[in-house]
Design a binder for this molecule. Structure first.
Ligand code: HEM
Length: 143
């Protein structure tokens, strides 16, 4: 990812504001996403058909959301470590290709990531857009 030091600094500062409870951030992220686009629930057989209120305390959602946000955390921490980043995104591309979640679909969660970051006091929206685009460009090249 060729991001400027300033861009990465902004992303990391905002991420720090989201706290260390990755499960809680993850649930917030997925609830935000499903509220905006409930059709995405069909990708998750263990969640489909459940109401937003039930999902808020659903153990399967929390388990999955924790995995997603843990990876996001690894990407933020390793955005300037080309080798580690490449290996993480390679794994991600393979896992999502297997689930027919293409790079265009991956992008659908980006506005929700920004919503959650801003809800926790984040102010670097443009930097997040650049960071998430760089991640998905890499994903696209490997998908
Ligand atoms: C920043 C964006 C995203 C990240 C970092 C991410 C990360 C992950 C991770 C780490 C896993 C676990 C992989 C495994 O253990 O096999 C996963 C699984 C999965 N992801 Fe994503 N994901 C993202 C976006 C999306 C989007 C937008 C969708 C579709 C709407 C999606 C659909 C899935 C599905 C269906 C699974 C498998 C769930 C399961 O088997 O229980 N992902 N994702």
């Amino acid at each position: 990812m060729s991001l400027s030091a300033g861009c990465l600094e902004g992303v990391r500062a905002d991420w720090g504001g989201c706290g260390t409870d990755l499960g809680a951030i993850g649930v917030e992220l997925f609830i935000t996403m499903f509220q905006r686009q409930d059709n995405l629930l069909t990708y998750f057989p263990k969640l489909a058909g459940k109401s937003i209120d039930v999902l808020r305390t659903d153990a399967n959602l929390k388990e999955h959301a924790t995995k997603v946000v843990s990876l996001l955390n690894v990407l933020v921490k390793n955005a300037d470590n080309e080798a580690e980043l490449k290996s993480q995104v390679e794994k991600f591309a393979k896992q999502h290709r297997a689930r027919k979640v293409d790079p265009d679909m991956v992008e659908t969660i980006f506005p929700d990531i920004i919503t959650v970051v801003k809800a926790h006091g984040g102010t670097h929206e443009d930097e997040w857009k650049q960071f998430l685009k760089a991640f998905n460009d890499l994903n696209r090249s490997m998908y």
